[in-house]
Design a protein around this ligand. Structure first.
Ligand SMILES: C[S@@+](CC[C@H](N)C(=O)[O-])C[C@H]1O[C@@H](n2cnc3c(N)ncnc32)[C@H](O)[C@@H]1O
Length: 224
């Protein structure tokens, strides 16, 4: 058991109420979200936050990572599987309880827009009504502050992918966005509609840039 990380996360949960770990921890307790699935463990900060919350409501956490993180914690509520999170049939074979319904899905594994969308599509049927999906790292701001081009664009594309998923399935979700830190997107499933996988219409990006320029120009020269 890694006590350092547990202590670090516990301090965070107490002292920083706008932190993504605290938001998720408090939601788990408030809404009694007993079955949690976590994609991406690494050093286990989010794992700690979930396990801390589950102590109070007695639920189960299922975590996946392509790296072996099995020795990070020894907790009766924790189940770890070293696997790619897209291998959902293998995952369900190992943890059949997931098939009965997930109350919270946390996506923090491969921060690639298509991967995020794939996970959303794959896991959607198993998310319970009134269940939540949290997607981390959907803000480019931390990278823009450091002038890092590719990561900035990638984070914006991940956010766009989440928004497109939401707009394509508008009646099935409520959507909130926490812009602090790395950007936490929050989807609450409110209906068990059939998933709509096609994209909805979007304007052309070049026309968007042109229109933006015209508007700036118009404002500068005609509204004085
Ligand atoms: C950002 S870290 C997770 C951080 C963790 N949630 C925390 O709060 O400390 C991303 C992790 O996802 C794992 N990962 C990347 N691609 C993955 C995939 N396709 N399936 C499962 N895990 C993956 C990486 O090995 C890495 O440990």
């Amino acid at each position: 058991m890694n006590n350092d990380i547990f202590q670090e996360v516990k301090n965070n949960l107490l002292s920083n109420k706008s932190n993504h770990l605290t938001i998720m921890h408090d939601t788990v307790i408030e809404k009694k979200l007993k079955i949690i699935v976590e994609c991406g463990v690494d050093r286990g900060a989010s794992t700690c936050a979930f396990l801390e919350a589950l102590k109070k409501i007695n639920g189960k956490l299922y975590s996946f990572d392509i790296k072996d993180c099995s020795n990070l914690f020894d907790d009766k509520n924790w189940n770890f599987f070293q696997t790619n999170d897209v291998n959902l049939s293998k995952i369900i074979n190992k943890f059949s309880e997931i098939k009965k319904g997930i109350d919270l899905l946390y996506i923090d594994s491969y921060h690639e827009p298509s991967h995020v969308r794939k996970i959303l599509n794959l896991y959607y049927p198993f998310i319970n009504v009134n269940g939540y999906i949290f997607i981390d790292d959907t803000s480019s701001y931390p990278f823009r502050k450091l002038n890092i081009l590719t990561d900035s664009i990638n984070s914006d594309l991940c956010k766009e992918e989440v928004e497109e998923f939401f707009y394509s399935n508008f009646d099935a979700f409520e959507f909130k966005y926490n812009g602090g830190e790395n950007g936490l997107s929050i989807l609450k499933k409110i209906k068990n509609n059939k998933l709509y996988k096609n994209s909805i219409w979007k304007y052309n990006f070049l026309i968007y840039q042109f229109f933006k320029l015209i508007k700036k120009f118009k404002y500068k020269f005609f509204y004085k």
